[in-house]
Design a protein around this ligand. Structure first.
Ligand code: PNS
Length: 165
């Protein structure tokens, strides 16, 4: 039987424990996850695409071929078609995430009717974790050790020129 690959797209600026939880749980259901980093985001990012790819590759090194980390630009559905993947997975932390996520899922569906978006509910302990808050807390000297991996802590420290926190 052929392996089922799913796409987990995002900005990952930086990757958090919330993202890793979604990857782990995708692998409980599917064979492989392609973590897809958007490279031409209108958003200003703290980490370059290269840095985010490096952080994500380190994050999922132990998963071997089950997790691929790639970048994409342009429409997600075009990238998905090129990858021959029609399942997109997104995490939902709270009901407030749903509006934006449902809009994206419907837009993607209208662009490519074969695409299906699946939502996984974040674990309770990750329900308040976002890349945006991680950056804000870290930039102000707060500890984010419980929210991101040790490599991401290091990367945040070097961006914000902070002593270890
Ligand atoms: O982590 P994010 O910022 O919530 O991820 C958003 C992402 C990258 C999944 C979304 O912005 C995206 O898919 N962008 C690609 C452009 C696109 O396909 N737009 C049309 C569908 S909304």
């Amino acid at each position: 039987m052929s392996k089922v690959r799913v796409l987990f797209p995002g900005t990952f600026d930086p990757p958090t424990n919330g993202h890793s939880d979604i990857v782990d749980r995708c692998l409980n259901i599917f064979d492989c996850v392609v973590v897809a980093v958007l490279s031409n985001s209108a958003k200003t990012t703290l980490f370059t695409v290269k840095e985010r790819l490096e952080l994500l590759k380190l994050e999922y090194k132990q998963y071997g071929k089950k997790v691929e980390v790639l970048s994409f630009s342009g429409l997600l559905v075009d990238f998905a078609k090129r990858q021959k993947i029609n399942i997109v997975v997104r995490g939902l932390r709270a009901i407030s995430d749903f509006d934006y996520e449902a809009q994206m899922a419907l837009m993607n569906k209208s662009l490519w009717p074969d695409v299906e978006t699946l939502f996984l509910t974040a674990k309770e302990e990750n329900s308040y974790v976002s890349s945006t808050l991680v950056k804000q807390v870290s930039s102000l000297g707060g500890s984010v050790r419980k929210l991101v991996s040790a490599n991401v802590v290091k990367a945040l420290q070097s961006k914000f020129h902070k002593r270890p926190i």
